[in-house]
Ligand binder design. Structure first.
Ligand SMILES: Nc1ncnc2c1ncn2[C@@H]1O[C@H](COP(=O)(O)OP(=O)(O)OP(=O)(O)O)[C@@H](O)[C@H]1O
Ligand SMILES: [Mg+2]
Length: 319
């Protein structure tokens, strides 16, 4: 029943999620501290948005506003055109795994947790048991279905937390640091599951400090710093934008003096006896003609990664 929610959606807003100019201030010791200001985000079906930012930037606060857990001071949220703060039915469209996966009961088994939370989200007992069994299968937890959650490994608990959030087949899944503290294998498992879930049409908002994971999984990236979005772009564009046009060329043997002279005439100096930097692709082919037929070890493009982008944007904003 819950699954039909996705397909029945009347699409006047094509986005699964639209968050508009969210603002949240916390008051502590009589002082007001603005944690999130004018944060707007959108997410389409089958899309993963990596929501990145340093500690304390306002990611969890934003996610809690999107999940309907805390009320924004200003701005609004629509999930499939419904307002989670005014229309409780909208909450059936969201699944959330927040920091520290508190959405599972440690004294119950995975099967009990899944059934309990399924029923809580409006499923019948029978439908919840069926869906629970499917998820346990997909998440490779079937063999632990009757083990108390407190006796599961951390990776298994994390996978169960995600399964619980998926019980009612939400259109939007909010994952706040889903791979925190997981080992390599469990991380790979969670990554695989995220890909599967999104392939099934779910939209995912993902926060993580593991930028390689964000780079691998996300279609788009939004970076938040000091409560404000500093960048939003497709992951590929962002990386392209921060990548240089230079190439590093490395030869197997030292480049002979005669060729070095020709390279100088082109305006190219050696970096070491066996390597040089070329600033654009046209010159690269001229350089290769000069080097021909010397064996080349590698030609590498100056390619940025999300960590470079993140550090430049976040540090740039602090400067
Ligand atoms: N309940 C609260 N009361 C007062 N201040 C809070 C509360 N929750 C968060 N804050 C403050 O709001 C700011 C944003 O916190 P938030 O948890 O949203 O950051 P985050 O981006 O999720 O950080 P992290 O990467 O460390 O999880 C921080 O300065 C934090 O101290
Ligand atoms: Mg957080």
């Amino acid at each position: 029943m819950a699954r039909s929610i996705q397909s029945d959606r009347v699409a006047s807003d094509p986005n699964i999620l639209t968050a508009h100019q969210l603002r949240k201030a916390y008051r502590s010791q009589g002082k007001e501290m603005v944690a999130v200001r004018e944060v707007s985000l959108s997410l389409a079906k089958g899309e993963i948005l990596a929501f990145l930012g340093p500690n304390g930037a306002g990611k969890t606060t934003s996610i809690k506003m999107i999940a309907g857990l805390i009320r924004p001071d200003q701005g609004w949220v629509r999930i499939c055109d419904r307002d989670p703060h005014r229309q409780p039915a909208a909450l059936k469209l969201v699944g959330a795994v927040l920091e520290g996966n508190r959405n599972v009961y440690w004294r119950y088994t995975p099967a009990e947790n899944l059934e309990y939370f399924g029923i809580l989200r409006g499923m019948s007992g029978q439908a919840a048991r069926k869906r629970g069994a499917e998820l346990l299968e997909q998440f490779q937890l079937s063999h632990k279905r009757q083990t108390l959650v407190q006796s599961l490994s951390r990776g298994m608990q994390q996978k169960l937390a995600i399964a619980v959030a998926l019980m009612h087949s939400p259109a939007l899944l909010l994952l706040d640091e889903p791979t925190l503290g997981l080992d390599v294998e469990a991380t790979e498992d969670v990554k695989r599951l995220i890909r599967e879930i999104v392939h099934q049409g779910c939209a995912i908002l993902l926060t993580t400090h593991q930028l390689a994971i964000a780079e691998e999984l996300s279609d788009r990236v939004a970076i938040i710093n000091n409560g404000e979005i500093v960048t939003e772009a497709t992951t590929a564009d962002l990386i392209r934008q921060f990548s240089g046009s230079a190439y590093l060329v490395e030869t197997e043997h030292s480049i002979p003096a005669e060729r070095v002279r020709k390279l100088h005439l082109l305006g190219v100096d050696l970096q070491t006896e066996r390597s040089l930097h070329v600033t654009d692709v046209q010159v690269l082919y001229q350089v290769l003609a000069i080097l021909n037929p010397m064996p080349i070890v590698q030609i590498q493009k100056d390619q940025a990664n999300l960590t470079d982008v993140f550090l430049k944007l976040v540090r740039g904003a602090q400067a």
